[in-house]
Design a protein around this ligand. Structure first.
Ligand code: SF4
Ligand code: SF4
Length: 334
């Protein structure tokens, strides 16, 4: 039988695992991202050449603050030279010099994390961050973009709904309007199975709804092994952004093998088959909140869309790179 597997539509590269903040649910923020390192430019250059042949989009983010990589602007330019649409995300606790370089970098989409409308609520999750710096930088970016006569990057202001900020949703929409950002996004909290998440969980109406109520129901559903690939800053390849640098979930190393080889490797096939057969699934997948949900992304999107509609903000999916890949190639016939 011939089985066709297409190159993943969601390809992310982690430029660095270093971060200037300490968010409690983040591997980097908790000091667990292996190595705390920057991806070497020579490996990145080879990777991006390969991705340019196989895909239309690249997301330059995973764990860590991408703009701390000393060559981040070169990385963006190299991806643009390969014809890729480039997105990234930032905590935006950055210098003004860095912000001024963004509009001419070629970056297509920038998501700015701002989970609060006051310094007090913001710093409860973004530990070590400064609300006023994020606001200053957002204004500066939009003004620099205007002065250069460009609409790039599209600026998305993102708000993770948590127990301490759920009452600020309406004010967040007002803040987004006042700043003049292009898009707003409300994101549901992903607990990643961490105990600390229980205090942060908002009311049920802002949470994705688990389909699997107890661990005795063993079915684990997940589409990520078929559609996503993440390259960590040390070259290790993992199937999704939920697993960080967990060595038990590493499916290859992109510094020594091509991504196409890794994608169709025995390791990856065995991993996909485990979901199909519901056998020998990694412990982390069995515990993963995403695997307990029926289409977690759809659920998260519907909460986002409901809130945007409620507060009269236009819903726009145009810039969703993750599920849009016009250049996606079939790379495997087996
Ligand atoms: S800002 Fe992002 S990368 Fe840094 S600790 Fe927080 S979630 Fe992690
Ligand atoms: S079950 Fe969770 S950890 Fe496993 S591949 Fe899916 S999203 Fe990743």
């Amino acid at each position: 039988m011939t089985v066709k597997i297409e190159f993943p539509c969601v390809v992310s590269i982690e430029p660095t695992s270093r971060c200037n903040l300490r968010c409690p649910l983040c591997y980097s923020g908790r000091g667990n991202a292996a190595g705390k390192a920057d991806m070497p430019l020579k490996h990145y250059t080879r990777l991006i050449e390969e991705i340019g042949k196989l895909s239309s989009n690249i997301s330059l983010v995973n764990y860590g603050e991408p703009f701390l990589h000393p060559h981040i602007f070169k990385m963006i330019r190299l991806a643009k030279d390969e014809g890729l649409r480039v997105s990234t995300a930032s905590n935006f606790n950055l210098s003004m010099n860095c912000i001024r370089m963004i509009p001419t970098s070629g970056l297509d989409i920038l998501t700015i994390s701002l989970d609060g409308v006051t310094p007090e609520s913001y710093r409860k999750y973004r530990i070590g961050g400064d609300f006023n710096v994020v606001i200053r930088n957002t204004k500066l970016l939009l003004e620099s973009r205007r002065l250069r006569g460009t609409l790039k990057p599209t600026v998305v202001l993102q708000f993770i709904i948590m127990s301490h900020n759920q009452h600020e949703i309406k004010q967040f929409v007002a803040l987004g309007k006042a700043l003049g950002v292009d898009r707003l996004r409300f994101k549901t909290l992903n607990s990643r199975g961490m105990a600390v998440a229980s205090k942060l969980m908002p009311e049920k109406q802002y949470c994705r709804k688990p389909q699997r109520k107890t661990k005795s129901i063993t079915s684990v559903n997940c589409a990520w092994p078929q559609k996503s690939l993440v390259v960590n800053c040390d070259g290790t390849v993992v199937p999704c952004c939920n697993v960080g640098h967990d060595s038990k979930m590493v499916l290859g190393n992109a510094f020594s093998d091509s991504l196409a080889e890794i994608w169709r490797s025995e390791n990856y096939q065995r991993f996909r088959k485990a979901f199909h057969l519901q056998l020998n699934l990694p412990h982390q997948c069995q515990e993963c909140q995403s695997s307990w949900l029926e289409d977690p992304r759809r659920q998260a999107e519907s909460i986002n869309e409901r809130l945007l509609r409620e507060y009269s903000w236009e819903v726009n999916r145009e810039d969703d790179l993750h599920f849009f890949n016009e250049k996606m190639r079939t790379i495997l016939d087996e």
